[in-house]
Write a protein that binds this ligand. Structure first.
Ligand code: SF4
Ligand code: SF4
Length: 287
């Protein structure tokens, strides 16, 4: 089973939920798709680490061979090629490596080279396998790195907990594509509500079953909770605003390893998610 944990912005407690859910499972794979700022591994401190580079093919244009016919520029639907001073110019960040321009060029002026854009780090921490996607600084799209992360995940056994990038852009879509269930983490503020609405629309667009974890709950009014009630969304759990939990997280510790009460809390949450997703409650290690 694959559980995706997502939120409309960073700092809502998405990684807190993903890390602790992965840790209470009998046998799990914590999968960090927040490739621009992966930080789940800082909690797990994995050992037996290995790295795998991720590259994508990028066209290179030989201006000496180019006749300036602009077939490649007209073909590229990603606008990665512009026609400047009679020659095509590549904007690497927009290129999706489709290879079409090289195939169509009548002068064979376009060849492809491999560019390293990031890496996938794999390691272990107790009962958890940790897979982390890391996008190189300055790279525009993390989608190829996430695809490689997912390929690595599909070679592992155990319950998968996917820590998605924040927001609702294409990297999030790529991260939830294969998920069996989505957990939306929301804060009790107007901003939290706005972000919850965004990710709710996204998971509904993908027809994913989902539920909401309300984080940092206090006795004050909670706009995110009111939204869930109005829209009849499933509230999976309410995590109270807790100074000690905040300290545990900011020290890079895993709450379920520090305190039995949090272990019980997240184990119960995992059972609820598994049942909501239609799986057997005692199959924490199945996927
Ligand atoms: S298709 Fe080839 S020849 Fe035509 S503009 Fe592009 S690179 Fe130049
Ligand atoms: S490889 Fe595809 S996306 Fe990249 S520049 Fe060529 S046509 Fe455009």
């Amino acid at each position: 089973m694959k559980i995706a944990v997502l939120s409309g912005k960073g700092g809502t407690g998405k990684t807190l939920v993903a890390v602790n859910l992965a840790d209470v499972a009998t046998n799990s794979v914590y999968t960090d798709c927040d490739v621009e700022e992966p930080n789940g591994h800082l909690f797990f401190k994995p050992t037996e680490i290995s790295y795998q580079p991720v590259s994508m093919s990028i066209p290179t244009i030989d201006n000496n061979l180019c006749s300036g016919c602009r077939i490649c520029v007209d073909f590229c639907r990603f606008n990665a090629l512009a026609f400047i001073a009679g020659k095509p110019v590549l904007f690497e960040d927009l290129c999706h490596s489709c290879g079409g321009c090289a195939m169509l060029c009548p002068k064979s002026a376009i060849t492809e080279k491999q560019n390293t854009i990031g890496k996938v780090m794999t390691g272990n921490s107790q009962n958890v396998t940790i897979i982390t996607g890391i996008l190189n600084t300055g790279r525009a799209s993390g989608v190829p790195v996430i695809r490689e992360v997912m390929r690595c995940l599909n070679n592992k056994t155990g319950l998968a907990v996917i820590d998605c990038p924040p927001g609702s852009a294409c990297v999030v879509m790529e991260s939830i594509k294969d998920a069996d269930y989505c957990v939306l983490v929301a804060e009790p503020t107007i901003f939290g509500l706005h972000n919850l609405q965004m990710v709710t629309e996204l998971v509904q667009l993908f027809h994913k079953p989902f539920g909401v974890v309300l984080n940092k709950c206090t006795a004050e009014a909670n706009p995110s909770e009111s939204y869930c009630k109005n829209k009849k969304l499933t509230i999976l759990a309410r995590i109270p605003f807790d100074k000690e939990l905040g300290e545990i997280s900011s020290n890079g510790e895993i709450a379920v390893r520090c305190k039995p009460a949090w272990h019980e809390f997240f184990l119960k949450l995992l059972d609820i998610i598994i049942k909501e997703a239609g799986y057997e409650a005692d199959t924490h290690n199945q996927r």
